[in-house]
Design a protein around this ligand. Sequence first.
Ligand code: MG
Ligand code: MG
Length: 247
Amino acid sequence: MITIKNEEEISKMRVAGKILKETLDMLSQEIYPGQTTSHLDDLAYKYIISKGAKPSFLNYEGFPYTICASLNGQVVHGFCSDVPLKEGDIISIDCGVIWEGYHSDAARTFPVGVISVENSNLIEATKQSFFAGIEGIKAGSRLGHISNRIQRYLESRGYGVVRELCGHGVGKNLHEDPNVPNFGKYNSGVVLEAGMTLAIEPMSTLGSREVYLEDNDWTVSTWDGKPSAHYENTVLITKDGVEILTL
Ligand code: MG
Ligand code: MG
């Protein structure tokens, strides 16, 4: 069931989105060669708690961290560790915040020091595919408009689009209906209504789009080991357009 949020719920999600944006901004200043994802996790936890909010991911179905830290060929749900980040790595940080019972969800891929042109282009294209996806979207648009535009943006530039994972509704629960795939037919899917809140999250690859589940039963990685990027925001559908709650 797709929930339509009222003004009171939306105002709570705006706060959850703002704290999450601040958390990701803070983390972006802390990513450099030698840094560890365990430390980033600790910084994120402390920041969110200091704002009177709660992390969405910690203990979600047993997930053990505040952030997902997915390195290079890891697509999503990477575990944090004490292994130092290396120059040239790319790291996707996904995080969620709960404010008065309402979630926000967002992800960014960051460079560690100086990275290759290929990886830099992958990160930028993945970000831009999100904006291509939401362009012109408003109440009355179909979900497939978003999915199809993301797919076309990435595939036309030679990138793989991961199909086993998708965006989702978000609100009282971290994952709600509908699923928001990053591929599909343009004129397909539900008609969007004002008050729907969606986590839209393209996940791309530099090589094949095939992925597998690592032995920890959480982390999804590219089959060929090639790098992957992730860009996600929580958005509110309005009568006239979309409001991005995590920017
Ligand atoms: Mg996320
Ligand atoms: Mg999400």
